[in-house]
Design a protein around this ligand. Structure first.
Ligand SMILES: Nc1nc2c(ncn2[C@@H]2O[C@H](COP(=O)(O)OP(=O)(O)O)[C@@H](O)[C@H]2O)c(=O)[nH]1
Ligand SMILES: [Mg+2]
Length: 260
């Protein structure tokens, strides 16, 4: 185990960004995250988990680690988004950990606000959501909209979170670490919520902007993996039985500046 930094130096938040061929955006994302966090008074640690990206993202990330409080985990090959996130949580120094894409689909400016909401509501998990009032996916073709909505609907009996397929969330580190994740696929948020039995869930809206550079790694294989994951989570629910339902809170869009 790595030794924990002294409290004064401990970050407030560790964001984990898994990368596979994200060389074009990772430096820009890193700069944007540290800019917004610093101006909000949030001490950020960034963990980039790179799966030996052929485009050299790993080397770019190593360069960023010389400039910012960034740690880079290099893995041997494309081992999947879910396991990358779990490895990132494993080295996180902050008590609150989060995940976001490297491609600016998830707005960095929302991160300090998510942390403020996390603290104020004493949440276990804060999920940034495309599917609550104020959330949107403006650039998506119909097919992607339908598939994504269907993915979330299939998860509704498992969790009150409307955007169960979200890849943008914060979670209490100890809850994340205590939870054993089986699926190596894309949708780790839902699995964390269901397996951990997290008891305070908060959802807030955001606008998902489609990536402008690089290609999505979402594929038919990942979609099939999600169905297997859902089956396992339903089985778990049936065998373990219904737990106490989680408390669920939804944050309205566009708060006044004094509110959360
Ligand atoms: N380390 C790692 N990162 C991955 C893998 N698959 C996807 N990612 C990253 O996970 C994030 C989400 O993937 P993305 O292609 O944006 O999926 P989409 O937003 O659903 O289209 C991006 O930052 C990717 O670079 C993987 O196998 N390993
Ligand atoms: Mg993305």
């Amino acid at each position: 185990m790595h030794s924990a930094p002294a409290d004064a130096l401990r970050p407030d938040l560790t964001m984990v960004v898994p990368t596979y061929n994200e060389r074009e955006r990772i430096a820009e994302l890193t700069a944007a995250l540290f800019r917004v966090c610093t101006s909000a008074g949030v001490r950020l640690e960034l963990v980039i988990v790179d799966d030996n990206s052929p485009d050299g993202t790993g080397e770019v990330a190593d360069g960023l680690a010389r400039e910012y409080p960034v740690r880079v985990i290099h893995r041997s090959g494309k081992l999947g988004l879910g396991t990358a996130v779990v490895e990132g949580f494993g080295v996180a120094a902050a008590g609150v950990v989060g995940v976001m894409d490297a491609d600016f689909s998830h707005p960095p400016a929302l991160v300090p606000r998510m942390l403020a909401i996390f603290r104020k509501t004493r949440a276990d998990v804060v999920v940034a959501s495309r599917y609550v009032r104020g959330g949107s996916t403006p650039d998506w073709p119909l097919k992607r909209r339908v598939l994504s909505r269907a993915a979330c609907l299939l998860a509704r009996p498992l969790s009150p979170i409307r955007d169960a397929a979200s890849g943008f969330f914060l979670i209490r580190r100890e809850i994340a670490r205590a939870t054993i994740i089986r699926a190596g696929g894309f949708k780790i948020c839902l699995e964390l919520i269901v397996r951990s039995g997290a008891s305070r869930l908060v959802e807030l809206p955001y606008r998902f902007d489609d990536r402008e550079l690089g290609a999505s790694k979402m594929s038919l294989r990942e979609a099939a993996g999600y169905l297997v994951q859902l089956r396992d989570l339903y089985r778990l629910r049936l065998t373990v039985g219904r737990q106490k339902p989680a408390e669920y809170l939804r944050i309205d869009p566009e708060p006044a500046s004094s509110a959360i």
